[in-house]
Design a protein around this ligand. Structure first.
Ligand code: GTP
Ligand code: MG
Length: 137
């Protein structure tokens, strides 16, 4: 597929990095197909991250993801899922390559600035979580 889903996480919105991150995404060749500024409740964060519910960091993850505003967006580009994960870099910013979004804007493995879908299938599920048919084109 040529689409992926992203969130700018509460650490990055809170530090004022939203504009810079969107600029990096657009400069890398992605087109924004849908976008919203919103805030998750703890229950919504738990539903979005249900796949991680057995992981030891699940509680921390959903607390953090509901701690402040996020930007959710659907992005389009050839090879979108893989190219976007390259652009954001490793989950742990300390291990992320120079120039990646997490290297530039993230502070820790938990507070790592952005989310990127890990498969075409999950990109669709995650896009449907945030956007109605009327909000995408
Ligand atoms: P996403 O794009 O956010 O899905 O990140 P990812 O695919 O690089 O990582 P993964 O799906 O394995 O983990 C999902 C999210 O859980 C990560 O982005 C982190 O925010 C969080 N996370 C992963 N490992 C840890 C950890 O060891 N501690 C904490 N606090 N959070 C973690
Ligand atoms: Mg993931």
């Amino acid at each position: 597929s040529n689409r992926t889903f992203t969130m700018i996480k509460p650490d990055a919105t809170g530090k004022g990095y939203t504009g810079a991150i969107l600029n990096d995404i657009i400069k890398a060749g992605f087109t924004i197909k849908a976008m919203k500024w919103t805030k998750l409740t703890i229950d919504q964060a738990a539903e979005f991250y249900a796949i991680h519910k057995e992981r030891p960091f699940f509680g921390e993850l959903i607390e953090f993801m509901s701690s402040g505003p996020i930007v959710a967006a659907i992005l389009e580009k050839n090879n979108a899922v893989n190219d976007f994960r390259k652009l954001i870099g490793a989950t742990d910013p300390a291990k992320a390559d120079e120039g990646t979004i997490r290297k530039k804007y993230a502070s820790s493995v938990g507070e790592n600035a952005v989310h990127g879908s890990d498969s075409d299938e999950n990109a669709l599920v995650e896009s449907d979580f945030f956007f109605s048919k009327l909000e995408r084109f």
